[in-house]
Design a protein around this ligand. Structure first.
Ligand SMILES: Nc1nc2c(ncn2[C@@H]2O[C@H](COP(=O)(O)OP(=O)(O)OP(=O)(O)O)[C@@H](O)[C@H]2O)c(=O)[nH]1
Ligand SMILES: [Mg+2]
Length: 448
């Protein structure tokens, strides 16, 4: 699919900077650029992968002195002719230069349009497109590293291998059908079975890595829950290292929930303080308690904070309820106000939020949970779209496996295997539609 328009956008963040980069891509890149960039030679005569210094002007008025980097089709990010102007980092300059390029025939790029063109021109597959988005947006170092690996295409190769294996099985099953009179078994049933099982567990492993992938993208999320006055807000303030939440001896102080981030060994962890849980008739407090649910629902780890002066087991029934209700989260039981119990050793489980005792230990403990939760994910950051596809592929494979075990006709089994192959192909974009592309590119920013 050949795009006829030439698009332009700022590729770097807007604002004051040492440099900004403006990207121009499309059929008319050189003719447009030569109307406003004057260097030693005309850019349409310049070789690919060369950089040229000159001035950018409009009607003889010089707007900036800049560089022009040349990438000729097909050896560019989009696969089209591309010029990247390295200009001085002032938003006013960038806007002016883009306006001039538009005046000479370029169009403003849509979000992700450069990457979309790269995909449509076969430079990268869909799975790599998604890696680009993750590479830009990931908040954690392991997230960035994994996205970079995914971009290099290693996972796509693994996926292609799995699809090929399945296609081979389907083809052999169909071939057998042609010789059915002769009762020929081209591959033993046990082997087919084990290959289907292998493919199912391949899908399962990836599906299960979804929540770890989300943590690698966005960091770890911790919710603090407990009865009123257990010291949740005091703990929240101690962990983030500043007085953000109101603390008071009155029960039911916190209503809205508060969120903030702290970093441990460079890993971002978001922590949320919530309203104390109790039976109440106060309308505002009831609303606050409802909000707790939305916080705990999205928490990777929930701290149930107990006021130890009321007894070690005072919040244990709450702890059990929370564990049951949020079964997908880790839930830990922490004793607060340990300073009020003589001779109690301080550690990550027995803390004093008010006196900052055991807080470092608790932070480290949370960090270890975070790191363990992403252990083993290194090839790809799975997203919702891929998870859905993998679940559908797994379902088709399970049906094929069932058919095989029940000695269904080869033809029927092969249909389900081919179905799984087709679905797996959608991950890399062997087949796609506009809706899928729109969904993917909605996450992109302009200029990427
Ligand atoms: N001695 C002692 N007092 C504490 C400690 N943590 C909190 N407190 C006190 O306990 C009271 C309640 O603290 P908050 O942090 O407001 O409790 P909360 O759980 O947020 O309460 P709600 O928002 O009402 O649910 C305040 O008077 C705090 O000073 C602690 O570790 N030791
Ligand atoms: Mg509070």
């Amino acid at each position: 699919m050949q795009n006829t328009s030439t698009i332009v956008a700022l590729a770097t963040p807007p604002g004051v900077a040492g440099l900004s980069v403006i990207r121009l891509s499309g059929l008319d890149t050189f003719s447009i650029a030569d109307k406003c960039f004057k260097g030693k030679i005309l850019l349409h005569e310049a070789q690919s992968h060369t950089i040229h210094y000159g001035n950018f002007s409009d009607n003889n008025e010089i707007i900036d002195y800049c560089t022009a980097s040349i990438f000729r089709s097909p050896n560019s990010y989009t696969g089209e002719d591309v010029i990247e102007f390295g200009i001085h980092g002032n938003n006013l300059l960038a806007n002016r230069i883009i306006e001039v390029l538009v005046k000479y025939g370029a169009q403003y790029a849509m979000p992700g349009e450069f990457t979309k063109r790269a995909f449509l021109n076969g430079k990268i597959n869909l799975n790599q497109v998604e890696a680009v988005a993750d590479l830009i947006h990931s908040l954690t170092v392991p997230g960035v590293q994994t996205a970079a690996k995914q971009l290099s295409g290693g996972f796509s190769v693994k996926l292609a291998e799995m699809r090929k294996k399945l296609l081979d099985i389907a083809a052999l099953l169909e071939l057998e059908l042609d010789f059915s009179e002769e009762d020929l078994e081209l591959i033993p049933r046990k082997r087919i079975e084990s290959q289907i099982i292998e493919a199912i567990s391949f899908c399962e492993k990836l599906i299960n890595s979804y929540s770890a992938s989300e943590i690698m993208r966005n960091g770890y999320f911790v919710g603090i829950a407990g009865f009123p006055n257990s010291g949740k807000s005091t703990l929240f303030n101690a962990i983030i290292g500043r007085k953000r939440a109101i603390v008071s001896h009155l029960e039911g102080t916190t209503r809205d929930y508060l969120e903030d981030k702290f970093y441990f060994s460079g890993f971002p962890i978001t922590i949320a303080d919530t309203a104390g849980l109790r039976e109440t008739t106060n309308e505002i407090e009831i609303e606050g308690i409802k909000l707790v649910d939305s916080v705990l629902e999205q928490s990777n780890l929930i701290i149930v904070l107990n006021d130890i002066t009321k007894g070690i087991d005072y919040s244990i029934s709450l702890f059990d309820r929370i564990k049951d209700k949020y079964a997908h989260s880790k839930v830990i039981y922490i004793q607060n106000k340990a300073d009020l119990i003589p001779n109690l050793p301080i550690n990550e489980f027995n803390i004093s939020s008010k006196n900052d005792l055991g807080i470092d230990e608790l932070q480290k403990y949370i960090y270890n949970f975070a790191v363990n939760s992403i252990d083993g994910v290194s090839d790809i950051l799975i997203n919702k779209r891929q998870t859905n596809l993998l679940m559908n592929a797994k379902e088709a494979l399970n049906i094929a496996l069932e058919g095989l075990r029940n000695q269904f006709e080869n033809e029927i089994i092969a249909i389900d295997i081919r179905k799984a192959v087709k679905i797996l192909g959608e991950i890399t974009g062997e087949s796609w539609n506009e809706e899928v592309l729109e969904h993917i590119f909605s996450r992109f920013c302009i200029g990427k």
